[in-house]
Design a protein around this ligand. Structure first.
Ligand code: DHB
Ligand code: FE
Length: 280
């Protein structure tokens, strides 16, 4: 049977990808951030998942206002990096896992009544590629297959935090019921506090971010009660991305062990947060 080996929560700031692509990780601005990520890389090097399900949001790259799926799952053979304006990032094309992706879709839709959108052709933007680069560096091929699970956090009305936690629980049931003997990890990406537009552009709220990090492991139910207004006020308009962490958290058991935690301000205009959790 498939086995969940753990979950990672990480911000997906595009400038982190650019720092990696342009060889700047050891420069004074970036070194503290990349030093703080090393323990998570060591962890994933040890648990070696066969497949990573990456929960992320598309930033008007593959999808736009012409079509905004609330929850979409990539069922394709492969997912090339999207050209976000400077050419596609020089990262490997993600190899998908259509058999597992279709199983997840079937279980989520038929057993748990989450009406997923199945996507047979999709490019993936920094929301997905930056977490892979953070966790795996710059290999010629990603060391695991990748299933994109894309969440609308951009266009009103976004799903609630509570719905995201529930989707995570359903995702776990789907993983647990998959026959082949493979190891699966789940990444929840986005956040932490940031606002890229308007009067409050540049907003970072470190005390608020830190209490999210505190509550992720042992009190996710209270995080799931948080409404969009609080998130917009405290974490900024794009800080709402943090609800995607709850999908990862919902996939883990109630009792978890915190393997690694790191918080760093700033990564360009954004607070950077990282958590590695395993079932206790
Ligand atoms: C930025 C973009 C993002 O999607 C994000 O999650 C954080 C920061 C940015 O453009 O700086
Ligand atoms: Fe983002």
């Amino acid at each position: 049977m498939a086995r969940l080996v753990g979950g990672v929560a990480t911000s997906h700031v595009p400038s982190i990808g650019a720092a990696i692509d342009h060889g700047k990780t050891q420069e004074p601005y970036w070194k503290p951030l990349f030093d703080g990520v090393m323990a998570a890389r060591e962890w994933i090097g040890k648990v070696r998942p066969d497949v990573v399900i990456v929960i992320y949001n598309d930033h008007a790259s593959r999808f736009g206002l012409d079509m905004t799926p609330t929850f979409a799952i990539g069922v394709a053979d492969e997912f090339p990096p999207h050209d976000e304006g400077y050419g596609p990032r020089p990262v490997p094309v993600c190899q998908g896992d259509p058999a597992l992706a279709w199983h997840l879709a079937e279980s989520l839709i038929l057993n748990d009544e989450f009406d997923m959108t199945m996507v047979g052709e999709m490019t993936v933007d920094h929301g997905l590629t930056v977490p892979l680069s953070l966790m795996f560096g710059q290999p010629d091929q990603w060391p695991c297959r990748v299933i994109p699970l894309c969440v609308n956090v951009i266009q009103y009305p976004q799903p609630t935090a509570k719905r995201c936690l529930r989707l995570g629980r359903a995702l776990r049931r789907a993983i647990d019921s998959y026959g082949p003997d493979i190891k699966v990890a789940v990444f929840g990406t986005g956040g932490m506090s940031h606002q890229l537009q308007g009067e409050r552009a540049g907003l970072i709220n470190a005390p608020y971010d830190r209490q999210w990090l505190d509550r992720m492991a042992h009190d996710p139910l209270s995080l799931a009660q948080i409404g969009h207004e609080e998130l917009l006020r405290e974490a900024g308009s794009e800080g709402l991305e943090i609800i995607m962490w709850l999908i990862m958290r919902g996939a883990l058991n109630e009792a978890v062990r915190e393997i690694h935690r790191f918080y760093h301000v700033p990564a360009s205009n954004t607070a950077y947060g990282l958590l590695v959790l395993e079932d206790a």
